[in-house]
Write a new protein. Structure first.
Length: 172
């Protein structure tokens, strides 16, 4: 391949490892609660021990279901694709983002750190600017793609923009 040819780039990943870690932590939490109930049961009356076990197990089961719900998209695959005709981002819980090369003149990428849900989150806003129109896609690091994959995507976009003679700007 020469320096001026655009090759097909396809990146695919899922965040299953993150999902498995969350489930493992949940199971360990429920196990610890179970141990607490087993060791505290002999010091309680029979009714108190049963009530404690019911509370601990119901709390643990609710906790596991909440984790399963919050991590439901981690098991789904994420795709990024560059071809001669188009760019494609397919991220769970977002509409498929497909854009032809002829519909924009430049790519502007903005990296922002925001404080959300009691933690610092990193967002990348990809703006595809053309004559009179602009399309944007916001990617959240660690939730939509891993940091390593985002770096690959940005490098691929920069290379593809250079080959296609499109403007490429990175704003930090």
């Amino acid at each position: 391949m020469s320096k001026n040819e655009l090759e097909l780039i396809k990146i695919e990943e899922s965040l299953k490892n993150k999902f498995y870690v969350m489930i493992s932590v949940s199971v360990i939490f429920v196990f610890i609660l179970s141990l607490i109930s087993v060791f505290s049961a002999p010091q309680m009356s029979f009714e108190d021990a049963i009530l404690t076990n019911i509370l601990i197990w119901s709390t643990g089961i609710v906790f596991i279901f909440v984790i399963l719900y919050k991590t439901r998209t981690f098991r789904k695959r994420r795709y990024f694709e560059i071809t001669d005709e188009y760019l494609l981002f397919d991220i769970p819980n977002k509409s498929k983002f497909k854009l032809s090369w002829s519909s924009f003149d430049g790519i502007e990428i903005k990296k922002e750190k925001k404080y959300r849900r009691r933690s610092m989150q990193t967002f990348y806003t990809l703006a595809f600017k053309g004559k009179g129109n602009s399309e944007e896609l916001v990617i959240q690091k660690g939730f939509d793609y891993t940091e390593k994959t985002i770096k690959k995507i940005l490098k691929s976009l920069e290379e593809a923009a250079r080959i296609r003679k499109k403007n490429y700007y990175m704003i930090n």
